[in-house]
Design a protein around this ligand. Structure first.
Ligand SMILES: [Zn+2]
Length: 164
């Protein structure tokens, strides 16, 4: 892929280190490496995995899909490649409501959105939500939890955003 040569493995290692430190503080299992992050990034195909915006030669951010504070693992499969806009919108939100909002906004069910909805058993509830039922509530889960906003802070100031 074209952006292969432009991924900075040193920056990826710093990102991995930063996420690993946070996971250790929260006693969450899983260790990320620069290589596992790089492979995850390649899987995105250069698109924001939430809104499908093209990220080629654009800034992008890495984030845990399921917040560590909510039991998400610190593994590459729980990492999402996101445009800065989506990452900012998601940060203070429950991942299910964010996924549903993004789906409604773009009309594109990306593989990550599909996975989030399936994992939280929301799939069958999406149709009902059109009639006013709360899909997260229908799935038997609270829409918001108190620990949503204090995890997954942006990376340290000294880590510049990636560019393709
Ligand atoms: Zn996006």
């Amino acid at each position: 892929m074209k952006y292969d040569d432009e991924l900075d493995i040193v920056q990826l290692a710093r990102y991995a280190s930063s996420m690993n430190s946070r996971a250790r503080r929260l006693r969450i299992l899983g260790t990320l490496t620069a290589v596992s992050l790089r492979d995850r990034i390649f899987e995105s195909g250069g698109k924001c995995e939430w809104c499908h915006t093209n990220l080629l030669r654009q800034e992008f951010e890495l984030d845990h899909i399921e917040n560590l504070a909510n039991g998400g693992s610190n593994t590459a499969s729980n990492i999402v490649v996101s445009c800065p806009n989506c990452n900012r919108r998601k940060s203070a939100r429950n991942v299910v409501s964010f996924a549903l909002e993004t789906l409604a906004r773009t009309g594109i069910e990306t593989p990550i959105i599909k996975r989030v909805l399936e994992r939280h058993n929301v799939r069958g509830s999406v149709q009902r939500s059109l009639f006013g039922d709360d899909p997260a509530e229908a799935a038997g889960r609270p829409l918001f939890t108190t620990s949503d906003t204090d995890d997954d802070a942006p990376p340290p100031e000294d880590v510049p955003p990636y560019r393709w």
